[in-house]
Design a protein around this ligand. Sequence first.
Ligand SMILES: NC(=O)c1ccc[n+]([C@@H]2O[C@H](COP(=O)([O-])OP(=O)(O)OC[C@H]3O[C@@H](n4cnc5c(N)ncnc54)[C@H](OP(=O)(O)O)[C@@H]3O)[C@@H](O)[C@H]2O)c1
Length: 264
Amino acid sequence: MLKIAVIGCTGRMGQLVLREINQNPNVDVSGALTRSGSPFVDQDVGTLIGEAPLNIAITDAPEKAFHDADVVIDFSRPETINISLHEILNQQKPYVICVTGLTDNQKASLEKASQKIPVLIAPNTSLGIALLKKLAVLAAEKLGSSYDVSILEMHHRHKSDAPSGTSLSIAQALATVDHLKENAPPYPSRSPRPTNTIECAVLRGGSITGDHSVIFAGEKDVITIEHRTLDRTLFAQGAIKAAQWLFAKPPGLYSMDDVAGISL
Ligand SMILES: NC(=O)c1ccc[n+]([C@@H]2O[C@H](COP(=O)([O-])OP(=O)(O)OC[C@H]3O[C@@H](n4cnc5c(N)ncnc54)[C@H](OP(=O)(O)O)[C@@H]3O)[C@@H](O)[C@H]2O)c1
């Protein structure tokens, strides 16, 4: 049985992951970390998710939260990464980082850590997005520079980063294609539009879970590849799949493309 610790356990995604782990016969919760001063500290994890007590107390101490874990899943916030990473490295735990909006410095720290532990950076844990990226790269290669490439995303009104980590990862995949190689984030919209660029447009509103479209606009037709998330448990289940995949992997930097068996 794979034992998983969850960082950001009291948040929207953290609670969902705990529920999914609890319902999955192949994995167990071994620890749950929240911020210090949280009113949830010392509450039982089972009570938090509306189930029978699991005899695991929510803690604000990373060393305690990770102690019994085989893998750590992080759905907290970018500003907490460095504190958690320090202890994850101390304890040599595989790390699935699902937080978005990471700074370049944080990404560099994760890359450095991946020389010592397995690190999987997953701004979107749905396998459908891994497939969308693959299809978008194929379309960009086949259609060439006569089609303008744009990424359009919409998320709920509470999302704190923009463009989404998923949009940026789609853009990074597209920027491996020859005629789009000169591109760099943040991929703003420009008018008149230069050729061979990637643009990202962002919409926020309501409770939309996460919609991403890659649009190839030509002179005579438009091709759209779209992914719509209908239920956030998709992300929770994807994070658990990623944890199961990452366990026992050698140190290195991995992505959901590896979990999905898709190489770009
Ligand atoms: N990879 C994916 O597929 C995917 C899918 C959805 C969301 N996300 C990303 O996952 C992250 C979390 O999303 P969310 O919607 O669940 O946000 P959220 O509801 O704000 O949850 C974040 C949680 O982290 C807690 N936290 C703050 N400081 C902490 C610390 N030092 N240690 C441990 N926990 C701490 C917060 O506690 P307090 O509320 O008490 O401050 C909060 O409960 C975001 O970056 C989001 O973009 C990724």
